[in-house]
Design a protein around this ligand. Structure first.
Ligand SMILES: [Zn+2]
Ligand SMILES: [Zn+2]
Length: 331
């Protein structure tokens, strides 16, 4: 589907759900095209990409560059196959490259670290194995590949009459990038800014020290760009970037308040705190106990990201007892 002249949106299904999809984009150039993000490596995702490329008049050989916004499986999973089929050069931020081996190749160490991390943060022994292994299944949907082009942010990428600027936007992932096109005022936002939901921000062994602080800075980085349309990694294309940034910032302020309240008078682990605050506000709020193991894990990591920011702001303190990490509001 050509969303604006020269930009085609491709909707690629995500396994395990029938509704959700990831948006890839093809930008037309004079001598070959740019593909932004790829989808998972499943037969259905591959077929969707191939079919929709064809409907737009392209084959894999017409792609000569691929930019992946971050290495989460829904954006990066098919990159290995598409580079092979097209001969395209793959570009990734340097901070994402370091995550490929530990996530998708030699993953046992990270799995163990994650288990230990979740245990220290209060995950009960009986739930630990399922929560620890909740993301293991995604591995099979990724064909790992290293990029030919290593980005740091600030580069320019020319595709036909499009002049993209690479913006490093850490937060959702440490090496997340957006592409900004200042002539047409377009922002390809990956998972940094979505329309229907707020992106997941979690503190974990691969996230950097203060991912929510990074994320808020990255939001402020893009907030004042002149943007007519945002092309996100999921959900609809939209305008009104400033308003959306404001909503996301407000959401995190609300969550910080809920957490501050939960730890006002009592020492609690991140797991306990995650149990006490509402999740999925866009679905009207879901109790922690009703979340899937995968979402429970995201909730604990998201709670930790907020706690870390509260600590840097002097609004929370931490102490370790019997190898468990506790938080409290201080004062
Ligand atoms: Zn993501
Ligand atoms: Zn995504």
């Amino acid at each position: 589907m050509e969303v604006i002249r020269g930009v085609h949106q491709i909707r690629i299904p995500i396994p395990e759900t029938s509704l959700e999809y990831i948006n890839a984009y093809v930008v037309e150039g004079d001598e070959g095209n740019l593909l932004i993000d790829t989808g998972w490596n499943t037969p259905a995702a591959f077929d969707a990409l191939k079919q929709q490329l064809k409907e737009s008049g392209f084959g894999f050989k017409d792609i000569n560059q691929i930019v992946v916004t971050h290495v989460h499986p829904d954006h990066y999973g098919l990159a290995g196959r598409i580079t092979q089929l097209s001969g395209a050069r793959l570009a990734l931020h340097e901070a994402e490259i370091n995550l490929i081996d530990s996530r998708y190749v030699n993953f046992e160490k990270l799995l163990q670290e994650m288990g230990e991390y979740l245990r220290r943060h209060g995950t009960p022994q009986k739930d630990l194995p399922t929560i620890q292994k909740a993301s293991l299944w995604v591995k099979e949907f990724v064909v790992p590949v290293l990029p030919e082009i290593i980005l740091k942010g600030g580069e320019e990428i020319s595709i036909g009459s499009f002049q993209f600027e690479v913006l490093w936007t850490p937060g959702h992932s440490l090496g997340h990038i957006c592409l900004y096109e200042p002539i047409r005022k377009l922002l390809f936002s990956g998972d940094h800014i979505l329309f229907e939901t707020t992106p997941h921000i979690g503190l974990h062994p691969q996230s950097g020290k203060n991912p929510l602080g990074d994320f808020i800075n990255s939001l402020k980085e893009v907030e004042n760009l002149e943007v007519n349309f945002v092309f996100p990694g999921h959900g609809p294309v939209f305008s009104g970037l400033k308003q959306k940034v404001w909503e996301i910032l407000y959401h995190h302020e609300q969550r910080k308040l809920a957490i501050t309240k939960a730890i006002r008078d009592e020492l609690k682990t991140a797991y306990q705190i995650a149990n006490e605050i509402p999740w999925m506000p866009e679905q009207g709020g879901v109790a922690f106990s009703d979340l899937s193991p995968w979402d429970k894990r995201l909730a604990v990591l998201e709670t930790l990201a907020h706690l870390e920011l509260l600590i840097t702001e002097g609004k929370a303190e931490t102490m370790v007892e019997n190898e468990r990490v506790f938080f409290w509001g201080g004062g």
